[in-house]
Design a protein around this ligand. Structure first.
Ligand code: NAD
Ligand code: TYD
Length: 350
């Protein structure tokens, strides 16, 4: 992996992965970050990386749905491996506008697979990043394993399921060196504040209402983003071609519990709120999300057993790091929330 193309490297998980690879691992090659810079991208978060690693980090603004731009990136930088994070990723947006999800998640993945297939003599890995949401919803018992049948319920998860099937089909049919990982809900630094945890942290700090869909008893299995990064890197280095690995944090919690924990933590760190006695009073139950999956829970036994991976953070330790990160990075928050980041992108990338 000398010339690793990372798609979606300016989004939440991709940029954490690039930071991790370049600053914490034995990776010696070059990263080519290929990103369209949608509303979800904050490329300014990688300015220090491009300054510190001018020879090992390259950014290309491009759309994976645009095959000619993609192919020219593959050839200009002699790409020999791919880690594919780029996606439309927010379930609520997929409900109001599924078109972009089909375009990026399905068509974009198809273009990438084709580009890799055409360069099969030099490409050693196509790592496809996916989600546990492809498995659908669990009842009160049980876990998703690598053998669980796909049953996606939202346009987002259906588009990701489709891309997973394409990736596996390209391995079986054409021998493309594919690995797939399906991860549970991530949280941590640089997450765009439309997702539950950063949204609640920022609203709680400002004493704004905390919207909870339905009865708040939906369960997600939370994983700190750096633990996702360590898992992906282990799989990229030592996982078996053609295999799928589930990644989860054993961090199952009801949404209401997540929100209450954040409220208590911020009451402790920042002091009591002024408008209410406790931030828990800011909780606001709102109309449920259509097709809202009830419970996700991952069995990571294969990853742990075969590759010895373990997450480093518990939900409490990861959440504390996350809250502190948002508290210590008001400039990033202001940059994103004011919309100034869009102007920054246009100034730098046109
Ligand atoms: P994100 O929405 O924060 O970032 C997505 C990135 O992809 C952005 O930088 C965006 O500009 C880029 N992008 C979007 N469309 C593109 C296109 N057509 N061409 C090139 N770049 C494009 O997403 P994230 O939360 O960082 O998720 C990354 C990946 O991880 C996705 O594939 C997602 O399905 C998967 N995943 C996410 C989670 C989670 O909890 N966030 C959990 C499991 C799996
Ligand atoms: P989200 O962060 O959007 O991730 P996903 O839908 O991919 O799991 O949502 C996590 C959970 O939080 C999910 O059950 C929906 C719920 N949720 C709320 O209750 N309120 C909110 O404002 C948001 C964004 C999510």
């Amino acid at each position: 992996m000398q010339n690793l193309l990372i798609t979606g490297g300016s989004g939440f998980i991709g940029l954490n992965f690039i930071r991790y690879l370049l600053t914490e691992t034995d990776f010696q090659g070059r990263i080519i970050n290929f990103d369209k810079l949608t509303y979800a991208a904050t490329p300014k978060s990688l300015t220090d990386i491009s300054e510190h690693f001018p020879d090992r980090y390259v950014f290309i603004r491009g759309d994976i749905a645009d095959s000619s731009r993609l192919e020219s990136a593959f050839d200009s930088y002699c790409v020999d491996s791919v880690c594919h994070f780029a996606a439309e990723s927010h379930v609520d947006r997929s409900i109001t506008g599924p078109g972009e999800f089909i375009n990026t998640n399905i068509l974009g993945t198809y273009n990438l697979l084709e580009a890799v297939r055409e360069r099969h003599d030099r490409i050693v890995l196509f790592h496809h990043i996916s989600t546990d949401e492809v498995f659908g919803s669990l009842g009160a018992e049980g876990y998703f394993t690598e053998d669980t049948a796909y049953s996606p319920n939202s346009p987002y998860s259906a588009s990701k399921a489709s891309s997973d099937h394409l990736a596996r089909a390209y391995h079986k049919t054409y021998g493309v060196p594919v690995k797939v990982s399906n991860c549970s809900n991530n949280y941590g630094p640089y997450q765009f504040p439309e997702k539950l945890i950063p949204l609640v942290i920022l609203n709680a700090l400002e004493e704004k209402p905390l919207p909870i869909y339905g009865d708040g008893k939906n369960i997600r299995d939370w994983l700190y983003v750096r633990d996702h990064c360590t898992a992906v890197w282990e799989i990229m280095k030592r996982g078996t071609i053609g295999q799928t690995y589930n990644i989860g944090g054993s961090g199952e919690l009801e949404n209401i519990k997540v929100v209450e924990t954040i409220c208590d933590l911020i009451d402790d760190i920042s002091g009591k709120p002024t408008s209410v006695d406790s931030r828990r009073e800011l909780v606001n139950f709102v109309e449920d999300r259509p097709g809202h999956d009830r419970r996700y829970a991952i069995d990571s036994g294969k990853l742990k057993g075969e590759l010895g991976w373990e997450p480093e953070e518990t939900f409490s330790s990861g959440l504390l790091k996350t809250v502190n990160w948002y508290l210590n990075n008001p400039d990033w928050v202001q940059h994103v929330r004011s919309g100034e980041y869009r102007e920054w992108i246009e100034r730098h990338y046109g």
